[in-house]
Design a binder for this molecule. Structure first.
Ligand SMILES: *[C@@H]1O[C@H](CO)[C@@H](O)[C@H](O)[C@H]1NC(C)=O
Length: 389
């Protein structure tokens, strides 16, 4: 090799090394004191690694290597200087005593973060003892959501496995442009309030190629949600995919532009549901589409319920939530109840623009029915049970 070539190679090497280290700094939580022994509280180490990454002027990685790390509630807060890859090869577990989760309501919280990717990993909130406490009726702490995104934008969560949450597995609130993909979300069918994902006051949330087996809603789209896309979702057991509950308060933000496509529901309580309180409200649900859906032994495959009122908190009220422009198409499969289609809309604000096309929902022995209360719309193609619109 002549001298010049060697010199160039050398400079290139040094240059690329420099580029590598400043473009892709990696902050391994073990170097910040995390212990992969499943017992030592690693939350402070996680936070220190996060702060280092967050202060980095170029994109960086927070790295959690293989192993089991116990962590109490942690807050990863921004704003940060640059893009962060939060790469989890290991498993994060909750402390064995649920009282150690405190009162914040959160376990792993990302707040005011933008340009973040959470990749891989298992988070196990070990909820069983907490559920037992709640069932027993004794005094229990409020419980935590496993992973939450607040005031965040441009976030990707890919390949995460969330197990046995105390309450909701994942929440998104006051955020925009959030993508979840290749999730595995698992809790027993009888675990209370272990919803898969709850979205509220957020715009542009996509959930795709993901599996939910939970004790409550697989996905719930709450007030103030807009441009929500759910594709290739397997749900069940669980309570299905729900828009709502809406209209608990008078001045609540509505929901619009929600799509569920290519979903399969297995042994769920509901399939696709829109649910509102029977209370006065200015809220609404509009421009909703449910299409290409398979139901397998679902109790209420298609349901709009505007009479929700646990605890009798709606004296002489009807739902003020306006449900309009809801399209159901290519929905096939089996119902466990005869009433496969149920539209129980508000007396004071009937549902408008309900469209049904190519529906076939059956039960093994008897003919299925559909019921409409205060629902208006039209059908096309084959619709079974026969439409009541
Ligand atoms: C509805 O939401 C989808 C998915 O987020 C988005 O691509 C589309 O542009 C939105 N449509 C309207 C009319 O806002």
């Amino acid at each position: 090799m002549n001298n010049n070539l060697l010199k160039t190679a050398c400079i290139c090497f040094v240059f690329s090394y420099f580029l590598f280290s400043c473009n892709a700094a990696s902050y391994n939580v073990v170097r910040f004191g995390a212990r992969a022994d499943g017992r030592t509280d690693s939350s402070q180490a996680f936070v220190r690694a996060w702060r280092a990454a967050c202060a980095s002027r170029s994109s960086s990685t927070v790295y959690i290597p293989r192993g089991v790390y116990m962590t109490k509630p942690v807050v990863f807060s921004g704003p940060c200087w640059s893009r962060i890859l939060f790469r989890i090869d290991g498993t994060l577990v909750a402390p064995p005593n649920y009282w150690d989760m405190g009162n914040s309501g959160f376990w792993i919280l990302f707040s005011k973060v933008s340009r973040l990717t959470v990749h891989g990993g298992v988070i196990d909130a070990r909820g069983a003892k907490f559920w037992a406490c709640r069932r027993s009726g004794s005094r229990c702490p409020p419980g935590v959501r496993s992973m939450s995104f607040l005031w965040s934008s441009n976030v990707v969560v890919s390949g995460l496995k969330s197990l046995y949450s105390q309450l909701i597995h994942l929440t998104v609130s006051n955020s925009n442009n959030i993508l979840f993909e290749h999730l595995n979300v698992i809790a027993p069918s009888r675990s209370p309030n272990t919803d898969g994902i709850i979205i509220q006051s957020s715009t542009g949330v996509t959930i795709r190629n993901s599996l939910f087996r939970t004790g409550d809603d697989c996905i719930a789209v709450g007030p103030g949600s807009k441009n929500i896309w759910m594709e290739k979702i397997a749900c069940g057991p669980g309570h299905g995919i729900s828009i709502g509950s809406l209209g608990n308060s008078l001045n609540e933000a509505g929901v619009q532009n929600v799509t569920v496509t290519n979903a399969i529901f297995s042994k769920t309580q509901n399939g696709v549901r829109i649910k509102s309180w029977a209370r006065d409200s200015k809220s609404y649900a509009k421009n909703v589409e449910f299409r290409n859906i398979v139901m397998r032994a679902v109790d209420n495959p298609i349901i709009i319920d505007q009479t929700y009122c646990p605890g009798n908190r709606c004296p002489r009220q009807t739902s003020g939530v306006e449900v309009s422009n809801v399209r159901y198409s290519n929905i096939k499969g089996t119902s466990t109840t005869v009433e496969a289609v149920k539209f129980e809309c508000s007396v004071s604000r009937p549902c408008r623009g309900i469209q049904m096309r190519n529906i076939r929902l059956t039960t093994p022995n008897r003919a299925t029915t559909s019921t409409c209360e205060n629902a208006r719309g039209w059908t096309s193609g084959l619709v079974w049970p026969r439409s009541c619109l």
